[in-house]
Design a protein around this ligand. Structure first.
Ligand code: NDP
Ligand code: HSE
Length: 439
């Protein structure tokens, strides 16, 4: 006997519309495999006059999201509006009235997740959010269930599809940053305000959720150090390519032996031979390092309506099955551990300087690195325009110095840059990028 489960859908944009279509396409198969007949019963949107990517009967649509949550015929709520409010209030109300909730809202979970998990636990219903991290890739469930017994020390990867798409197009097709961002928006990858993507807030929110689930530690968006890709130039990309690297926006969550946790998001140079270097377009990939299991890699589409809706649908089926059995998944408890400041972390760095091309400059610059305990791994010098324009090399033109360091403390590198800026011979400190995976 089939059991009908009526879904109240909050939001019908890229993800919501794809979910409606998937439920229609996959409904019979899901019913025959699980005995659950999913029906999208009510749909809340902001504007009734907007053209939709799916056809919906007019009596299903409403602009009153609260009425969807409180409708007694709705069994389960899917929130794909985004943002903090009204999503938070709607989710809390749904959970308190005993309705399981599935959400793709990483911003919300990374800011007030603990409050929502507690409400779900008290109400004894599911709050599932596979789609909130890395789009269609199953990552949260493996971390929460399969790896719950693991001592996970590090999770690192590419978790924002928009920025990976932009960097791929700039690298491979020579597109401008603006062109690539516009295309990512039209493909439905970007957040409503794409600043969240390009400045690293979206990846930061995902990294906070990953750290919370992987380490059982309370980590919120404000604990994450983040830098975006808006400062990455075509010149940086060209230098990186020439030196055998790809530039990627990485999210890195680490737990140290003293129990402290560090979570950061920043662009990094990844060697061509590293598996993350070949993750292109809107694809995401995440490495998980566990004590017993060793290294795991998760890979797939990290953004876009259908991949994300696929993850939402998986959660919907799970939550509906639990509801039918009168059970729910428990996230367990999270402790608030110490957050290790970024200054105390270590990375190798790429440092690009414009200097006066005259005797003694290289020695002076190298001396500053040495003074702060930053060891240089390699250095390249390029003549710049002033020399090309006619001045004999080494007689007053400009040169570009490109350094790759060995692993150095962030605070030491910062002090090095500060002193370099004050050197007479240093005309400008250009891009500074972290470098990973050099062995
Ligand atoms: P969209 O902007 O495409 O859709 C948002 C939907 O919410 C729209 O249908 C909008 O209505 C509706 N809405 C906004 N405010 C209200 C409100 N107050 N009441 C009722 N409805 C409202 O966003 P996406 O579908 O791209 O993303 C949705 C969520 O999924 C976000 O949390 C996002 O971060 C997350 N996500 C998105 C991914 C993606 O690739 N796009 C991937 C993973 C997660 P209207 O259509 O009338 O404007
Ligand atoms: N804007 C997000 C991204 C959507 O580009 O990754 C998926 O979470």
């Amino acid at each position: 006997m089939e059991k009908t489960v009526k879904i109240g859908l909050l939001g019908c944009g890229n993800v919501g519309a794809a979910l409606v279509e998937l439920v229609r396409e996959r409904g019979d198969e899901i019913a025959s495999r699980t005995g659950l007949r999913l029906v999208v019963d009510r749909v809340a949107v902001r504007s009734l006059s907007k053209e939709r990517q799916v056809d919906l009967p007019t009596d299903v649509l409403t602009t009153d999201a609260q009425s969807v949550v409180t409708d007694p015929s709705v069994d389960l709520v899917v929130e794909v509006i985004g943002g903090i409010e009204p999503a938070r209030e709607l989710i809390v109300d749904a959970l308190k009235s005993g309705k399981p909730v599935v959400t793709a809202n990483k911003e919300l979970l990374a800011n007030v997740g603990a409050e929502l998990y507690a409400v779900a636990e008290t109400a004894g219903v599911d709050l599932l959010f596979e789609a909130a991290v890395a789009g269609g890739i199953p990552l949260i469930r493996p971390l929460r269930e399969s790896l719950v017994g693991e001592d996970v020390s590090r999770v690192m990867g590419i978790v924002n599809g928009t920025t990976n798409y932009i960097l791929t197009k700039m690298t491979e097709e020579g597109w401008s940053y603006a062109e690539a961002l516009a295309e990512a928006q039209s493909l439905g990858y970007a957040e409503r305000d794409p600043t969240a993507d390009v400045e690293g807030f979206d990846a930061g929110a995902k990294a906070a959720i990953i750290a919370t689930i992987a380490f059982g530690a309370k980590v919120v968006a404000g604990d994450v150090y983040h830098e975006g890709i808006s400062g990455v130039t075509s010149t940086d990309i060209a230098h990186a390519r020439r030196m055998g690297f790809q530039i990627k926006l990485l999210a890195i969550a680490e737990r140290f032996d003293d129990g402290s946790v560090a979570v950061r998001v920043h662009p990094a140079m990844v060697p061509d031979h590293h598996p993350l270097a070949s993750v292109r377009d809107s694809f995401n990939a995440v490495f998980v390092e566990g004590d017993a299991v060793g290294d795991l890699m998760f890979y797939g589409r990290g953004a876009g309506g259908f991949p994300t809706a696929s993850a939402v649908l998986g959660d919907v089926v799970d939550a509906a099955a639990n509801l039918a059995k009168g059970t729910h998944a428990s996230l367990g408890s999270f402790t608030k551990g110490a957050i290790r400041p970024v200054d105390d972390l270590a990375s190798a760095f790429y440092v690009n300087l414009e200097v006066a091309d005259r005797p003694g400059v290289l020695a002076a610059v190298a001396g500053v690195f040495g003074e702060h305990g930053v060891s240089i791994r390699s250095m390249e010098q390029e003549a710049m325009d002033a020399d090309a324009a006619g001045a004999p090399a080494g007689t007053g033109g400009a040169a570009r110095l490109i350094f790759i360091t060995h692993a150095a403390r962030e605070a030491d590198l910062r002090a090095t840059l500060h002193q370099l800026r004050s050197l007479d011979a240093v005309r400008s400190v250009g891009s500074v990028l972290r470098v990973i995976g050099q062995g």
